[in-house]
Design a protein around this ligand. Structure first.
Ligand code: 4NP
Length: 151
């Protein structure tokens, strides 16, 4: 069951999927899981950038360091390289399908009845980032428990 690889995909790879990557890597470390975790965006606007300051801040408030991550764009090879391709909202899932990913999974299916993780890029200020973090945190843990640990 171990040794799985997971890629989290949102639109810009600077707000939501970096949080998912950080939470998953921390969970894996704490639970001695030998998994590969990455994140990417379907868009290219922010390639090479660090995560947005409010995502770095809410992650740090929850003892997760995402500050050193670098945004990249998802590529077709990722769909065969990773066992699990996880979209953060339904438009990410649609974009992934359009790019040729056959079986993207929605993160919200793991604890939020399939809800979209809201895109905080257009939030006014920091308000709302706590909810985004909480949703990602719960769903990522549930996902790994089920799909990696078989619990
Ligand atoms: P993310 O947020 O998909 O959670 O990284 C966004 C970041 C950038 C843009 C949209 C969403 N953008 O339009 O540049």
């Amino acid at each position: 069951m171990n040794n799985k690889s997971i890629i989290f995909v949102c639109l810009g790879n600077i707000c939501r999927s970096p949080i998912a990557e950080g939470v998953a890597k921390k969970y894996a470390l704490e639970n001695n899981l030998d998994i590969i975790v990455e994140s990417a965006g379907t868009g290219s606007w922010h390639v090479g950038e660090h995560p947005c300051p409010d995502s770095v801040k809410i992650a740090r408030m929850n003892n997760v360091d995402i500050s050193k991550q670098i945004a990249r764009q998802v590529k077709k090879e990722d769909f065969s390289k990773y066992d699990l391709v996880i979209g953060l909202d339904s438009s990410n899932i649609q974009n992934l399908k359009n790019l040729g990913c056959k079986n993207p999974i929605k993160l919200g299916d793991y604890g939020y009845e399939g809800d979209d993780v809201p895109d905080p890029y257009f939030f006014e200020g920091f308000e709302g980032f706590d909810k985004v973090f909480e949703m990602i945190d719960i769903c990522v843990r549930n996902l790994i428990k089920k799909e990696v640990e078989g619990k």
